[in-house]
Structure formats: C-alpha cells, structure tokens
Design a protein around this ligand. Structure first.
Ligand code: AMP
Length: 276
C-alpha cells in the first residue's frame, strides 16, 4: 500500500488505465469502512482510500477538535483490508485558497441538515474536491449516512460527475448498534442502551409494513426512543428516499432516520422501508 499526502504525489501515482474504487473516510477505521473497501476491491482493479477529517463539515460547537484520530492504526487496517493507495492530505492541501465551495439547494433542511447547519455544504465540497483529484470509476458510501448518500447522488447527477455511486449496507455490532467512529465516546452501559435504537427502528419498519399510517409509526418510534436512559432525541423523521421530501403513502422507499444525543456522542441510525 502506498501512502501519499500531496496532490502532486497523488496525480503521479494514479494509473490512467485501471478502474478505481474510491472509499472516502474521516479515519478511525472500523468494520463499516472495511466493508466499503471489500465492495471496492470486488468491483475495481485498484482501491483508493482517503483519510481526512474535513473541517468544513463541522459546526462551531461540534467535535472537530476531539474527533478520534489514530493514523498508525488506520494505516495498518487499510493495508490489511487491501487498500492500494491511501491519500492522507492536510487541510492546507485540500483548501489551498478556500475561495469556492459547493452549496446544497434541496434536501439539507431535514434530518441531520436541520440540526447541523452547513454540514452538507461541507460534505459536498470535500467530496467534489476528492472526486476531482482521484477521478474514481466508482465511489463507495455507507447507508449509515443515508442523507449523505442521497445528496452525493444528487450532486453527481446535477454536475454530471463521471462516477458511479455505490450504496453499501450498514454494518452493526451483534447488539444491533451501528458501527461508528464516535462509539468510542460511549460507556459500556451507554452502548447497551444505544442498541435499543436499532431495535426501535426495526419495530417501526414492521409497524409500517403492517399498514399503520406514517404519523402513528413516527409517534410510536419517538415514544420508544424516549425510553432510552440518559439520552435525548435530536430528531425522528420519516422521509421519501432518496428525494428526502416528506414521506407519503405514494412513497416507494421510506427512510426512517433518527439522531440520539448521549452525553459525549450524537448517534445516527436508520432503516429503509421498501414498498412490496
Ligand atoms: P466516516 O469516516 O464516518 O466519514 O465514514 C466514511 C464512510 O464509511 C461513509 O460513507 C460512511 O457512511 C461509511 N460508514 C460509516 N459507518 C458505517 C457503518 N456502520 N456501516 C457502513 N458504512 C459505514
């Protein structure tokens, strides 16, 4: 595995005659990231991973400074997973002038976008920069961040970016807790409590499947999440997927997404219900 940090090195190293599967991450790797690498390896000649904690997607009161980082460990895991090229740039490299950024027009006023103002502008800005640098054939994103996937797909369509976006399933602990770099902020008790989130979402999907109306499903899901100790609900929403518009009885896919704040970590999770 080759590690590069500058634009020049990256451009020099990238082949022009092979398919490239790209896995962008913020590091502190876990099995969720590894599953993206596995998919990328299966479908491409070469796998490129980036590790960059992107400052523009963090709000002023968010956890940018204390976001977990361990490059040595990440390097080892990436190598073992079969990453061919690891791009590990500095903020100065990724934002040489910071004169231009991408803005989201639709779909950023719900779910995480409503509570994290400007977050998705930051996400699309960095994804756009990374796509221009790596020029991947396919790029792999986890449905753990379902809103992010929908907005990246929208960006790729609107800007005619020549890349195929691959959606990958959520990887979970045995308890159901979705793997996340931020889970290190949870105590053992909180981890156990947090596993209720997926159970609540699964029940909600069953309730929807059984024909209950959207309002009722949302209400029951909210009640269930309220019962989780030492936590606060940030949002519970049911939206049409991937348009992120209000869900309706005509929706073919409904994203049931939640964010729950624990003492030191805000966790997100979701399930997607598909008609038929
Ligand atoms: P992050 O490092 O948190 O920015 O995540 C990098 C990529 O890994 C994103 O596409 C995430 O959606 C994906 N990812 C994070 N956690 C999981 C998970 N538990 N299962 C699947 N994909 C994940």
């Amino acid at each position: 595995m080759k590690i590069v940090s500058t634009v020049e090195e990256l451009r020099h190293t990238l082949p022009t005659d092979q398919t490239i599967g790209f896995v962008p991450t913020m590091g502190y790797l876990h099995e969720g990231h590894m599953s993206l690498v596995e998919n990328a390896r299966r479908e491409n000649d070469l796998v490129v991973m980036s590790i960059f904690v992107n400052p523009t997607q963090f709000g002023p009161n968010e956890d940018l400074d204390r976001y977990p980082r361990d490059f040595e460990r990440d390097e080892k895991l990436a190598r073992e997973a079969g990453v061919d090229l690891l791009f590990y740039p500095t903020t100065e490299t990724m934002y040489p002038l910071d004169m231009a950024r991408v803005t989201v027009r639709k779909g950023a006023d719900v779910l995480c976008g409503a509570s994290r103002l400007g977050h998705f502008d930051g996400v699309l800005t960095i994804v756009s920069k990374l796509f221009n640098l790596v020029q991947p054939t396919r790029a792999y994103f986890g449905l753990k961040d379902a809103q992010q996937v929908a907005l990246i797909e929208g960006y790729v369509r609107d800007y005619f970016v020549p890349v195929e976006i691959r959606r990958c399933p959520i990887i979970r602990e045995e308890t159901g807790l979705a793997k996340s770099s931020r889970n290190v902020y949870l105590s053992d008790t909180e981890k156990e409590d947090a596993s209720q989130i997926f159970k609540a979402l699964t029940t909600a999907r069953e309730t929807l499947e059984a024909g209950h109306d959207l309002e009722e499903v949302k209400q029951r899901l909210t009640e269930r999440l309220h019962e989780i100790p030492n936590s606060q609900i940030d949002y519970v929403e049911l939206v049409d997927y991937p348009t992120l518009a209000d869900a309706s009885s005509d929706s073919k896919e409904i994203l049931m997404a939640v964010a729950v704040q624990f003492e030191r970590a805000r966790l997100i999770d979701n399930v997607i219900w598909k008609k038929g």
